[in-house]
Every structure is written in C-alpha cells, then in structure tokens.
Design a protein around this ligand. Structure first.
Ligand code: TZP
Ligand code: MG
Length: 211
C-alpha cells in the first residue's frame, strides 16, 4: 500500500464514541478519511487485537491506511500498516528496528523533529497544536508559529493534532500541516461522517492555496 498520510487522519476514541470504533471508522472513511488510527488506552490486549483486526479489514477493503497507537506488540500482532508513538512510548530507534511499516512520532519541539528525522520517522505529529481536554499529558501548545517552524525545518509529512476545530483547521493547514486529526470535533459529534466530510473539504480547500 502506498504511503500517504495527507488529508484527514481519523483517530478512534472509546471514551467519546457514541457508536463504537468500527462504526465511527466506517463513517469516517465514507466521509473521506484516508488514514485510521486505532487509539485505545483502556481495554485488555485480547479485546484490542479483535477490534484492531476488524478495523484493519475495513481499512484494507477501503484502501485506507491503518495505524496502531502506542503498542508495537499490537501493531505486529495484527500486521498494521503503521505504528504511532509518543514521548512516553518506546524509542523510535527501537521501534524502527522491530517494525517494518510506517512509523509516526509525536513531536513537541524542533529538537524532537530533528531526532525523529535522524531515527527514520515516516511522519511527525505536531502535538499538541492547541489546548485540548481530550488528552491529559500534553506539553505546551505549539500554535501556528510552532508548526510553521516545523514546516521550515523538515520535509517529513506533518500531521497536526490537538484542539483542532472547524474554526482553526484552515489556518493550521496554511501554516504547514499536510494532514489534520480532530478527535472531539468528529468522534464527539452526532454525525461522524458529516463531521469528517466537513474537515476533508476544508483541508482540500486550504491545500488549493499551496498548489
Ligand atoms: N495527541 C495530542 S493532542 C491529542 C492527542 C491524541 C488529542 C486530540 O484530541 P482533540 O479532541 O482533537 O483535541
Ligand atoms: Mg502514545
């Protein structure tokens, strides 16, 4: 499968979902998401394997990338397309040695971006962009200036995450993001498909400015 994380990057959330991760992912894909990340912090490993396999089958059928958050073990178990890690997970160096697929890493500073490049990341997440209640252990928000600096200093694809809403997505794209995640603004709404579609169209409109 080709590697392209641009566009809308959908992330599951079992505490915000109204219909479950699989239905949300189906709706997100119908809305135009090109990447689905399985992000689950609270379930036993066996349940996560089962859920991740169902999501992977959906993604394969739909030609969408499937990425597992945090767990190398889970990514290997289900043969995910990608693994996403953050500062509290394993090192990128170790992940790269063990995992052959796409690896993305959350970066909160330019030093993190340089380290990510050195250790062979396939994309970086600018995290967090803004304040958010969806994740507790976040660093200082990067803001638009922060992501613009990332853009100037790396050729790696940049996925923006944290506090992204309908109000700020355009400026986040114009500041240099290739892709955007928005959890509460999609999973937390009554109509995930419509919410994702809205973001997909806003992202495409912003990308036209660059192209
Ligand atoms: N990583 C950095 S911020 C965040 C994650 C998973 C939460 C993003 O959620 P929201 O609701 O889009 O702010
Ligand atoms: Mg993590």
């Amino acid at each position: 499968m080709s590697f392209d994380v641009s566009g809308f990057y959908f992330i599951t959330d079992s505490s915000l979902t109204k219909h479950g991760a699989l239905k949300d992912a189906e709706d997100a894909i119908r809305g135009g998401a090109k990447v689905v990340q399985y992000r689950e912090k609270n379930k036993p490993f066996g349940d996560m394997v089962e859920e991740a396999r169902a999501l992977l089958a959906l993604c394969r059928k739909s030609g969408v990338l499937f990425i597992v958050n945090d767990s190398l073990e889970l990514a290997l178990e289900v043969s995910a397309d990608g693994l996403h890690i953050g500062p509290h997970d394993m090192s990128l160096h170790d992940a790269r040695k063990a995992f052959d697929g796409i690896i993305g890493i959350s970066c909160g500073s330019l030093a993190d971006v340089k380290e990510a490049e050195k250790n062979g990341a396939d994309y970086v997440a600018a995290s967090p962009m803004f304040f958010t209640c969806t994740k507790k252990d976040i660093g200082q928000p990067l803001g638009l200036e922060g992501i613009a600096l990332f853009r100037k200093s790396t050729e790696l694809p940049i996925v923006a995450i944290g506090g992204i809403t309908r109000k700020n997505v355009r400026e986040v794209m114009l500041a240099g993001a290739d892709s955007v995640c928005a959890i509460s603004a999609t999973v937390g709404t009554n109509d995930v498909q419509a919410s994702v579609k809205w973001f997909v169209e806003a992202i495409a409109a912003a990308q036209k400015v660059h192209n």
